[in-house]
Write a new protein. Sequence first.
Length: 376
Amino acid sequence: SCLHDTTIKMLSWKVVTFLVAFLSILIGVAHYEATRTRPADLEALEREGGHYIILEDGRTLEYFLGGDIPSSLSLSSHSSSSSSSSPPPPSSSSSSSSSSSSSSPSDTIVVIHGFTMTGQSMTSILDVDGGAKKAGLFIIAPTMPGFGYSTPHHGRSLASFAHDVEQLLDHLNVTRFSAIGMSFGGSHAASITYHLSHRVDNLALISSVSEVHHAHRPLVFKAVRALLYVPIINKIISSYIMYPIFATIASVQNSFTKYFPSDWADVDNTLHGHIFSEDMVRSMRHHMHGLHDNVDIADGTVPWPFHVKDLVNKPDGTLRKVYVYTGSLDTLAPAVSQHFFRDNIPGVVFEEGSHGHLNFFREPEWILNVAKKISK
């Protein structure tokens, strides 16, 4: 009897030990799978019309070019030429830009995309019917880390992305430009304007998130956002829930109006809605890792490292124009969020229309006119 009991206990401990070891291995494999970064298929990127550079920390940054691309532009090297390790102060010029023998025209526009998108849709929508090229605008559209083929950057910030773009501009030998930020890209365009102030002529924020964005989010959204800090849950939500749901919505005709009547209806049943749909699927298919890093910035829970009132100041003492566009039907980036810009940026040009979040996909000529305006 005693021997039998001892045997049972030993077997029980062996089973428990085995289960603990097995579960530990499963958790380890799941954690690795949820956090590892897969190498980008750069040949596929180039087949899709994109380009890339290897940043100084080894990450890949994809970007797209559109409009009136300078014939002298060299894309032979994929390495960043920037040698600095941190973003320069807003009042200083980097050595690469000040020593460059060539200068970029004032009609160069850097456009930053929104959430679950890439730079591809930005060049596409601005160059519908050759609009940007006819207007003489050179469009540069980088893809933020964690979207498309741009390597995720854990713990990234608005300032670090400005430094990524600085390396890209140095690579392309672009010394001056104006910036446009759409939706999630608005905060990044603002950061670029602040940290690369010596190179930015004007700025336009379209349906942009702001520092007060988080205060207007429903409680359930904030609760779900907290779960994204667990790598496995992050992976499940981003790759196995968000992707199939959004990919299905993007591919089904009339689905935007059904699910998002005030915001995404702007792209439903329009000639150019497919640009948004296809780019969203492209963005989520390739990466969508590091989701919590992007959500924290998009949601306004990460404080901006500058005050928006400083966006108008140039290092030479002159003022740049800042344009803010919003829609009264926008619930993704509510107009009240845009009012923060209106009330805090000196001399801002503020325009509020009666449209939803993605008006620029419904009216590409409208966003083209914005680009023309800030390039003057």
